[in-house]
Design a protein around this ligand. Structure first.
Ligand code: PMP
Length: 433
């Protein structure tokens, strides 16, 4: 058994001064039980907790750390930027360079920076409503877009983990204009647009759902959504906060949009583009983005938006995220997926591995997951046993069955071998749960 005394002490102190002892719910280990590990430092593929235990990190800060922790070039650029001051409330060069980099890698014409994915989707929806003059928003069950009031109906991520039905504190007036449909259900989309089409401002979807575990969109599904929106004068908002610059060099859009020939009207970004700092963005068609203040009437602003440290970290991260990085993620992912499949099969644990590009997750059920109802039908007790056995063996998985497993370019042979070695024992623990 690993020593967790210092984490336990900190958790006790944290609970006295912070709700649940954490600043984002899934971190509290409620779904898997046990003591959350307080992290002291991280390097490359490894986390070190306050008791001195090392773990191979399969969360990567829930996506952002594409290059691993404390990447020397990112660190150097950030240290250099910090030396010039940390926030000015005036425009800077790194913002322009990061915007240019993002416009070059995605189908957006222009981009506005914010500080979190939540802000990005909230602002995109306001802009869609302002642009169309309509009020209804369509989303899919199991897709998480941050804790935006209007989008907290049947969301994934922590909401799924905690099985909170929507959430208290969100008035009906906020979700009353949100239509929630089952993912992949074309008939439901067609029916919703037939009935409410002239009131729908936008349909927002995760480009590939990653917050109920990874559910790759079936070929043509995003194209169908884009086309349906266009036919009804609604905007297609593709949330790439998780998939952007992670599922592929060009995000999920690079995997299906570029091939199928459609583009979203608006996109949202976060995670990788902030290089581990609080940065996110929304962008899209030039005529839609022109509706934003100060060019247009739709108000949106932020004291720390485009912060020079965050945009510097994001810029260096994206510039370093070349084909070799994505090739490495693909190869390392293949090894982990194969080893997980073998270990769980050997132990007789029902499971299914799903991927989109370099993103993947392991579901603890025997059949494929196409929507939130499927994702909810998992053996979460088996996952909890699996999670803790992996943790004891030095591998930090997401403390929830509803999340993807994230790798980085710093996950070298030693890190991957540690995961591979831990899997058979964890699979046996899952089988006994
Ligand atoms: N959209 C998606 C697809 C996400 O995965 C997340 C975060 N997991 C968000 C939005 C919200 O981002 P943030 O946590 O930065 O507010």
């Amino acid at each position: 058994m690993v020593d967790t005394d210092s984490s336990s002490d900190l958790f006790q102190r944290a609970r006295a001064v912070t709700p649940g002892g954490v600043n984002s719910p899934v971190r509290a280990f409620r779904a898997v039980g046990g003591t959350p590990r307080f992290i002291r430092s991280a390097q490359g593929a490894w986390l070190t907790d306050v008791d001195g235990n090392d773990y191979v990190d399969l969360i990567c800060s829930w996506g952002p750390m594409l290059l691993g922790h404390a990447h020397p070039e990112v660190q150097a650029a950030v240290a250099d930027a910090v030396g010039r001051g940390t926030s000015y409330g005036a425009p800077t060069e790194p913002e322009v360079e990061l915007a240019e980099e993002m416009v070059a890698r995605t189908p957006i014409d222009s981009v506005r920076f914010v500080s979190s994915g939540t802000e990005a989707t909230m602002s995109a929806i306001r802009l869609a409503r302002g642009f169309t003059g309509r009020d209804v928003v369509v989303k899919f069950a199991g897709c998480y877009h941050g804790h935006v009031d209007a989008l907290l109906a049947e969301a994934g991520s922590g909401v799924a983990t905690l099985a909170i039905p929507g959430t208290p504190g969100v008035p009906e007036s906020a979700t009353g204009l949100t239509l929630v449909l089952p993912y992949h259900d074309r008939a439901a989309v067609t029916a919703a647009f037939a009935e409410h089409g002239d009131r729908i401002a936008c349909l927002v979807t995760e480009a590939a759902p990653g917050n109920m575990g990874v559910v790759p969109p079936e070929p043509g599904f995003n194209e169908f959504l884009a086309r349906t929106c266009a036919e009804h004068g609604a905007l297609f908002v593709s949330d790439e906060v998780m998939t952007g610059f992670r599922a592929s060099k060009h995000g999920q859009w690079g995997l299906d949009g570029a091939l199928e020939g459609w583009r979203p009207d608006l996109m949202t970004f976060g995670k990788v583009m902030g290089g581990g700092f609080p940065a996110a963005a929304f962008g899209g068609r030039a005529d839609v983005m022109a509706h934003l203040a100060p060019e247009g009437p739709v108000y949106q602003a932020g004291t720390l938006s485009g912060n020079p440290i965050a945009t510097t970290a994001g810029l260096v991260t994206l510039r370093l995220a070349d084909d070799a990085v994505y090739d490495h993620l693909t190869k390392a992912g293949d090894v982990v997926k194969q080893a997980a499949t073998e270990a769980l099969s050997e132990a007789g644990v029902p499971h299914v591995v799903q991927s989109t590009g370099t993103m993947f997750s392991v579901f603890f059920r025997g059949a494929p997951v196409r929507d939130f109802r499927d994702a909810s039908d998992q053996d979460t007790a088996a996952y909890a046993a699996f999670f803790h056995a992996m943790l004891d063996a030095g591998v930090y998985l997401p403390p929830s069955a509803y999340e993807g497993w994230f790798l980085s370019s710093a996950h070298d042979d030693r890190a991957i071998q540690t995961v591979v070695d831990a899997l058979p024992g964890a699979a046996r623990a899952a089988a006994e749960a």
